[in-house]
Design a protein around this ligand. Structure first.
Ligand code: PLP
Length: 439
């Protein structure tokens, strides 16, 4: 059967659910970006998903380019993942005692990455929060260096934005974050070696760690320039600080070893999430054994979790990692390049200035004029986009049955299930979307 066309079929059922949700949930959603604030309109309430497609409450089908914001590299409801999870669920869902899948997932992650030990948590936010606590515990120092435009979850200390100036003390990015929490965070522009050197020259003795997305995807895809991560690790070490690589988004997505598999820079601490939970709440942080053994119960730095290493979540993650073989990663790379190419062609045809950018198979289309911004290197570059073009483009794609991330500052996510048919549906939605973006 032909998929229903959202443009003619409408979204009354989603609207009705959204209206109910807004009464009982702030803004109607459980994570802000889902609310469509950046693009306007009604978020689609999804009832099921299969392969590369989402089905909404009105029966509309969409090619999904969100992939649950990263986890779903095999596509939705992969039969082998569902079977493994079903077996795990039938055996019991949580025990509060150690289990075998935790050991196996930990071994799998340790084997693929530079870390020697790993601790499981339930969200990427917890992973980065715990990693910075450990870095502070290990070094006995308080300050952190982070980059403007890098997102590491809603950890107080990491919800700090830069003031004006090259390298500045953070100021709270949200009410509820105290000046003290944000004030220990130094915010610098991404890909800016001079700013990093400067901040270490001034505060080196007080800096516990530098944290960075291994390759940023949260301001759109903005890859590190050649040698940048290596430079960060070296600078941190020169000053007795730790280098923390946040691979929550890139981990096990851009390669079987994450971004580490691409640039080979071994961080002191690494955070993971998304793919390693196979669509369940699971995340992790890890590092050299000497650092990790400072964690309780081996050491004095406290960290814990009721559902950490949950047997259903770890089974889903382990099954996903084992199924994601070399062909899967080759397919993700190819599919990302194909989609970016199709979008580029359609926009060029309508004369819409744009710039595709990749961080491995994470990619985004920036609505900047490449004659003015030949490369998006940092958050300021990303913010110079013509956001009204993205909004129009997004809605025309949605009407055409393609669900993009509802913000111009997000990477697009593909899966092993994005096949020729899904690509054709994207291609057929593009001409109208490019015309909308041109307007
Ligand atoms: N770090 C990065 C790089 C992320 O992209 C995210 C989420 O998008 C997080 C941390 C936070 O993870 P979570 O949403 O699971 O708390």
């Amino acid at each position: 059967t032909e998929p229903r066309n959202p443009a003619t079929h409408g979204s009354a059922a989603s609207q009705a659910l959204f209206d109910r949700a807004r009464v009982v949930t702030p803004g109607g959603v459980n994570s802000p970006v889902r609310a469509f604030h950046a693009v306007g309109g009604t978020p689609r309430f999804v009832t099921s998903a299969r392969g590369p497609y989402l089905l909404d409450a009105d029966g509309n089908e969409y090619v999904d380019l969100i992939g649950s914001w990263g986890p779903m590299i095999l596509g939705h409801a992969h039969p082998e993942v569902i079977a493994a999870v079903t077996r795990a669920v039938s055996a019991g869902t949580s025990y509060g005692t150690p289990t075998r899948p935790e050991v196996e997932l930990a071994e799998e992650i340790v084997a693929r990455t530079p870390i020697e030990q790993v601790r499981f948590v339930s969200s990427g936010t917890e992973a980065t929060m715990s990693a910075i606590r450990l870095a502070r515990g290990v070094t006995g120092r308080a300050k952190l260096v982070k980059f403007a435009g890098c997102y590491h979850g809603h950890v107080d200390a990491l919800l700090a934005s830069a003031g004006s100036g090259v390298a500045t003390f953070g100021h709270p990015d949200s009410p509820g974050v105290t000046g003290a929490q944000a004030g220990d965070t130094l915010v610098v522009p991404y890909n800016d070696r001079a700013a990093v050197s400067d901040v270490f020259a001034r505060y080196g003795e007080e800096i516990a760690a530098i944290i960075t997305e291994a390759a940023p995807g949260n301001m759109g895809a903005v890859p590190p320039e050649d040698g940048f991560n290596e430079f960060l690790a070296a600078t941190a070490h020169e000053h007795g600080a730790l280098f923390i690589s946040d691979e929550v988004m890139t981990g096990f997505r851009v390669s079987r070893s994450g971004w580490y598999g691409i640039d080979g820079v071994a961080a002191d601490l690494v955070t993971f999430g998304k793919v390693m939970g196979g669509g369940f709440p699971a995340a992790a942080f890890g590092g050299k054994a000497a650092h990790m053994e400072r964690l309780s119960p081996a050491g004095p730095v406290y960290q814990a979790g009721t559902l950490a290493g949950n047997p259903v979540a770890t089974t889903a993650g382990l099954t996903t990692l084992r199924l994601a073989d070399a062909q899967v990663y080759a397919h993700l790379d190819r599919t990302a390049a194909t989609i970016a190419g199709l979008v580029g062609e359609a926009l060029t045809k309508e004369g819409v200035p744009h710039l595709p950018q990749f961080a491995g198979n994470l990619f985004s289309i920036f609505f900047v004029d490449p004659t003015e911004v030949p490369r998006v290197r940092n958050f300021d570059d990303a913010r110079s986009q013509a956001q009204h073009r993205f909004r129009a483009f997004f809605h025309a794609m949605l009407d055409g049955g393609v669900h993009l991330p509802p913000s111009a500052f997000e990477a697009w996510f593909v899966s092993a299930a994005h096949d020729e048919e899904a690509l054709e549906r994207i291609a057929s939605a593009l001409p109208a979307a490019a015309r909308a973006a041109a307007a």
